[in-house]
Design a binder for this molecule. Structure first.
Ligand code: CO8
Length: 375
């Protein structure tokens, strides 16, 4: 069987950043206006008054300080509180295609691969801007890539599930070079009026070039030693937006058509599930946690990552061993663990082992074991 190697990664970071102070100021302005508007109903006990958000809570509960977004102005406007992204003509590149192009070009440059030599493009992310034609097919054409392309969605685990799909296509000889792209526009699916979750997400796009080791030319690469995926049904993270909304006569703007979660329950359910997944995966390859030089974990919550890292490594992670990028990117869904990989791998020695792990809605989780190698 042909072995698959990761030869390049790329990252597109939007130009706008919103720190907690700006986000909370906008939220609290909206809360004050709403409470003033409904003062009589609140006074009569017919309505609960809304409560302020706080930067202290956000940092303490999640570790997030700031996030990048495609449009800050619309989000921070207390009269709007959602990004403003103009509709594009069918002849223009779609937004996700444009994000994907930027990340893909960096990944291809690093891999020393021409776009025309790619024969599989997978766009894998939590939210796709349309049903069809697939964004992946549009990106394939915009890049000038060959072969075939398709979209897939496994929420926050989309990147690891796509890496396994691409590695299998390479392993069975169907494909020589694949490109996995994760354009996440989380800000368009976040309820910025929900105190429990308004701070959680940011936007970004990552890209990964995966090749058969016999055709790869980049001197530095990661061998994919194995992948393991798991899913378990849960309603604790849910979004009811979908094409049936217009025929079920439900309110298309209702809160359940945006991201909703029971955060504490997710924390409790997912941490043990993920620690077990990685530990079992390593054991199946005769590797123990203490052999890992790096854990590139999904970036949802600082405490979740500390807990999972401790369980997998058997000790507190050394500085830099489980890199954190959520402090400035927030949760970028499937892009998070790949941003961590992209920004924190140059210092690894040949032969160093690391795990990319994603987890999220579904529930779904994926573990990818990598070994740094030189050609
Ligand atoms: N400011 C001040 N106080 C607040 C705020 C706020 N903004 N929000 C809540 N509080 C208060 C609550 O009211 C509560 O008060 P009290 O104790 O008086 O009742 C107190 O703070 C504690 O609230 P919580 O129990 O909710 O707080 P937690 O400590 O659990 O922290 C977190 C909340 C940060 C959300 C945490 O639970 C968490 O991170 N959980 C894990 C979440 C997770 O990993 N989710 C994965 C989702 S990502 C995913 O799967 C991808 C989906 C697809 C992407 C879609 C893009 C939009």
């Amino acid at each position: 069987m042909t072995h698959a190697v990761i030869t390049g990664t790329g990252l597109y970071t939007p130009a706008h950043a919103i720190d907690n102070e700006a986000l909370v100021a906008s939220f609290n302005t909206w809360v004050d206006k709403e409470n003033a508007r409904h003062a009589n109903a609140i006074e009569r006990g017919e309505r609960e008054s809304l409560v302020h958000s706080s930067t202290e809570f956000i940092v303490k509960a999640s570790g997030i300080h700031s996030r990048y977004v495609l449009d800050a102005e619309g989000i921070l406007d207390p009269e709007r509180m959602r990004p403003r992204l103009p509709q594009r003509a069918n002849e223009e590149n779609s937004i996700q295609c444009e994000m994907g192009l930027a990340a893909a070009r960096e990944a291809l440059d690093r891999a020393l691969v021409a776009a025309s030599d790619i024969d599989l493009v997978i766009v894998a992310c939590s939210n796709l801007e349309r049903s069809y034609p697939a964004v992946a097919v549009e990106l394939q054409a915009a890049l000038g890539a060959g072969g075939y392309a398709f979209d897939m969605n496994v929420a926050c685990s989309s990147a690891t599930f796509a890496i396994e799909t691409a590695a299998n296509a390479i392993g069975n000889g169907n494909v020589k070079r694949a490109l996995v792209v994760n354009p996440e526009i989380c800000s368009a699916h976040l309820n910025f009026r929900d105190r429990d979750s308004h701070f959680i997400f940011g936007d970004a796009c990552t890209a990964i070039v995966i090749e058969a080791d016999d055709v790869a030319v980049a001197t530095s690469r990661f061998e994919i030693l194995g992948t393991r995926l798991v899913t378990r049904y849960s309603n604790a993270i849910r979004n009811n937006a979908g094409f049936l909304n217009r025929v079920t006569d439900s309110d298309p703007l209702a809160e359940d058509k945006l991201f909703l979660q029971e955060g504490r329950r997710v924390f409790k359910d997912v941490c043990p599930m993920v620690a077990q997944l990685i530990t079992d995966h390593l054991a199946s390859l005769q590797i123990t946690g203490d052999q890992l030089a790096r854990l590139w974990l999904h970036q949802a919550n600082r405490h979740m990552n500390d807990l999972i890292a401790r369980r997998v490594l058997g000790a507190d992670p050394m500085p830099g061993q489980a890199p954190v990028i959520l402090d400035r990117y927030a949760n970028t869904s499937s892009a998070g663990s790949i941003i961590a990989l992209h920004l924190h791998h140059d210092d690894l020695a040949d032969g160093a082992l690391g795990v990319v792990c994603s987890f999220g809605a579904g529930y779904s989780a994926g573990s990818v074991l990598l070994r740094k190698a030189k050609k």
